[in-house]
Design a protein. Structure first.
Length: 222
């Protein structure tokens, strides 16, 4: 999973890992490679994920006050051990995608079994037009040495998101996908919105119920 800050990439990484856990009897891992955003990390849900039987690998600086990226050698082990599925939560933008670079030779050996998914929230400033999405797409591919296999349209406005918002965001992502000849692999949003969407969007819909809520929203709820 790659995507710009605020795309919902981390939520989707967690949701995908949990979904794979439900569907598979084999080992499942989530690798937190987000070297950009220290605030919304998939490894923050380490206790929840491990309780559900998902193994979590994270940089040594995660969950600490250290801000210097240091990628542990154990991450290389996910390519060598017997995992059924591994989800990589890759940070932020083209800068974050550089974290994938050292693993390019390992991904090359399993490339036919790997999907690189670019999560786009078309309501975020750097992803609000096909031109901007295309620019970041090319930068991510260059830095990660892995080309994107599909887009995930995640038109997320927190709990205020409506079906109309998903439609609006999807139109932007679909145009970028058309230009780049890359499929839209999924449309994500609250499960309650699915039935209000056109059939083609329903067919690729991935329900998402966030587990990571910004502190300011938690405080508002209280």
């Amino acid at each position: 999973m790659v995507g710009n800050y605020g795309s919902g990439k981390t939520e989707l990484s967690i949701a995908l890992a949990r979904k794979l856990r439900q569907q598979s009897q084999g080992r499942i891992a989530l690798v937190d490679l987000d070297i950009v955003n220290p605030y919304f990390r998939s490894s923050e849900q380490k206790q929840l994920l491990e309780k559900e039987g998902i193994e979590v690998f994270m940089p040594s600086f995660a969950m600490s006050t250290v801000d210097i990226p240091a990628l542990p050698a154990q991450i290389y082990g996910v390519f060598q051990q017997d995992f059924a599925h591994v989800v990589f939560d890759v940070g932020g933008d083209d800068t974050g995608a550089t974290a994938l670079g050292p693993y390019a030779p390992y991904f090359a050996n399993v490339r036919q079994d790997t999907q690189v998914l670019y999560v786009v929230n078309a309501f975020r400033p750097f992803s609000d037009s096909p031109d901007k999405i295309e620019t970041l797409y090319r930068l991510i591919g260059e830095k990660s040495r892995l080309m994107v296999d599909g887009f995930i349209s995640n038109g997320n406005l927190q709990e205020h998101t409506t079906a109309a918002d998903l439609l609006e965001a999807h139109a932007v992502v679909a145009e970028a996908a058309r230009r780049l000849n890359v499929p839209v692999a999924a449309v994500s949003g609250f499960a309650s919105l699915k039935e209000a969407l056109p059939q083609d969007m329903q067919e690729i819909f991935f329900p998402l119920e966030p587990v990571m809520k910004p502190e300011w929203l938690v405080n508002l709820d209280e």
